[in-house]
Design a protein around this ligand. Structure first.
Ligand code: HSE
Length: 305
């Protein structure tokens, strides 16, 4: 039996101003998956964690991805998948994308690397559709490609890897659940021209800042006048958190994906750890349980072990 093990990283989508178009991969946390090739068209799923995710492949994010690959292959192949999740579902750090992209990359490896990265993103987006109702790729692309990615277009798919300077990422995950589908539902469908101008100035600034390694420009550009004002009301202590993290030296940051996690970028580890202390103090005072991560940008994406 052919078997493969992989490590599929968490991701931060949106990067504040780039709703649905920007994302980066993290070195921690990550999910572990083991996939075996079967000779019948079936998908068997074993969950080796306590998240109680569905084992019915039609209802499982990784399951629908594997089913779509079986359908594409049109041969008698199937998969047995064992998953050990460490990225909590509903955390805003790309839990569904790690499952979906991990399944696509592992299956491709077992099949002899017959698909391109773009095709793997297409397969994996079936998982995001199941999880959030929409095919967005801003978690999946960085998960597969590593680093910072821009989704210039979904139809047709156009993914661009963006070089970025070394940075530390501090993430706090307050233990409340925000479903991506709900966090999308509350968004306004219209944007004023004034806000659009600010937003695309920031996106261009952020991408330029990454490419030039200009930390000050990155910091100035981490501003969102469209999505954050609506979604931040779902996150306890958000404004205070953002303000105090910047006072502690963070370049900037905001909601990770659709929340509730909040991320901050910092130039070095000392600042990133100070930022973590600020986050802990605030959630200890508010009285909400939380997890924190201090990590770096993962430039490899999904790793075959
Ligand atoms: N771009 C998506 C959203 C990411 O913000 O809804 C979800 O993780």
């Amino acid at each position: 039996m052919k078997t493969i093990k992989i490590k599929s990283p968490g991701t931060v989508a949106n990067l504040v101003c780039g709703f649905d178009i920007l994302g980066l991969a993290l070195n921690e946390p990550a999910d572990w998956m083991e996939l075996s090739l079967l000779d019948k068209p079936e998908v068997i799923i074993y969950n080796r964690d306590n998240y109680n995710l569905p084992t019915d492949p039609e209802k499982n994010v990784a399951g629908v991805v594997l089913l779509s690959i079986i359908e594409k292959m049109g041969e008698d192949i199937g998969f047995s998948l064992s998953v050990e999740k460490h990225i909590k579902p509903g955390s805003g750090i790309g839990s569904s994308a790690a499952s979906a992209a991990g399944a696509a990359v592992a299956a491709n490896q077992l099949l002899g690397n017959i698909f391109t990265n773009e095709e793997l993103v297409q397969f994996a987006m079936n998982g995001e559709k199941l999880a959030s109702g929409v095919k967005h790729a801003d978690n999946i692309a960085p998960c597969i490609y590593g680093g910072v990615t821009l989704i210039r277009s979904i139809h047709p798919l156009d993914i661009v890897s963006i070089p970025a300077p070394d940075m530390f990422v501090t993430v706090v995950h307050p233990q409340i659940e925000i479903r991506t589908a709900d966090a999308r539902q509350i968004l306004k469908q219209q944007v004023s021209l004034k806000d659009a101008i600010k937003q695309w100035g920031n996106i261009a600034g952020l991408v330029t800042g990454f490419m030039k390694g200009d930390y000050e420009l990155i910091g100035r550009s981490l501003e969102d006048v469209i999505i954050e004002p609506v979604r931040s009301i779902l996150i306890p202590g958000f404004e205070e958190l953002k303000g105090k993290c910047k006072e502690a030296g963070a370049l900037g940051g905001g909601i990770s994906g659709s929340g509730p996690s909040v991320f901050m970028l910092s130039k070095n580890e000392t600042i990133a750890r100070d930022v973590e202390s600020v986050m802990r103090d605030i959630y200890n005072r508010i009285g909400i349980k939380y997890n924190t991560y201090v990590t770096t940008i993962n430039n490899k994406g999904i790793e075959i072990l």
